[in-house]
Design a protein around this ligand. Sequence first.
Ligand code: ZN
Length: 345
Amino acid sequence: MLSEQTPSTEVRAEGRTEAGAEAQPVTAGPIDDGAVTIVYSDEFLLHDTGWGHPERPDRLRAIVAALQTAPFADRLRWHSPQLVPASDAPIDPLTQALRRAHEPDYIHHVRLLANRGGGQLEVDTPISARSYEVARLAVQAWLDGMDEAIATGQPVFVAARPPGHHALRHRGMGFCLFANAAIAALTALEAGQAQRVAIVDWDVHHGNGTEAIVRDHPQIAYCSIHQSPAYPGTGRPGVADRDYQLLNLPVPPGADGSTYQALVEAQLLPFLRNFDPDLLIISAGYDANRDDPLAQIHLQPEDYGWLTRSLLGISRRMVLGLEGGYDLNSLARSVYETILACLSS
Ligand SMILES: [Zn+2]
């Protein structure tokens, strides 16, 4: 069902670990065959948040089922991320990547809590015995997706959990353990794979963790469209936004696709054109759906299609990684529309 990693991807992964390496030419990757790569592993189901928690394994089961039965299923290329066994090196490449965004003490804390069988990382963020390992694999999945998008110049979708955009340098929160999007951006820059990375966060909640980690980095722009007021209470536009590297677009409860479309055309796309990114990282949460139980925005699944097409007009070197989205039906339909847009535009 899931195909193995291609040898050419392994070569690119080696290139990334060489800090300060020359930017990899896009032509170094495989020839584009019109397919979209989905990065996924059944291991992501093993992060157990307990009965009744909205951020649950069934979210990924719903997405995978929708994609495997889609009319375009034969145009999807499945890639399964792997944790590289620890080497003799003092710090393995994945831990190096984690430390670009997180304090070593925090990473150690997550590991210890998992090793003790799990517990509450925060009041709303339970973890289980396998969660540390699974969260590391999720980071690897985002890095693999980033490598693939850079190598092929085509969008890649990462269906991984746990999500990451609320995770701060020194603590997890809001169902998030490690800051996947920020880690991918910092790693691409460190390896010279990109020069200007834009992170677009369309999850209905503000990505407070991502913003806090990347906001002072001169080569990273961060933009979020989110409901306000809502969790976590951050993301208000500020005077510092005028440096064109930070754009927070709060929308009120009850807003629908027309509100989003107006903001995207009037503010988001001009912001991105001005920054001129050579890599787009999308924090793709689907909890702005009308049917989502955690927010009050009224997007339809089709809205994620035009949103994706709009952003592909900025750059096709795009990695989309799953953040929130808690109504299984609208989550699966929205990811479907996202992938359809990637295939058809
Ligand atoms: Zn969210």
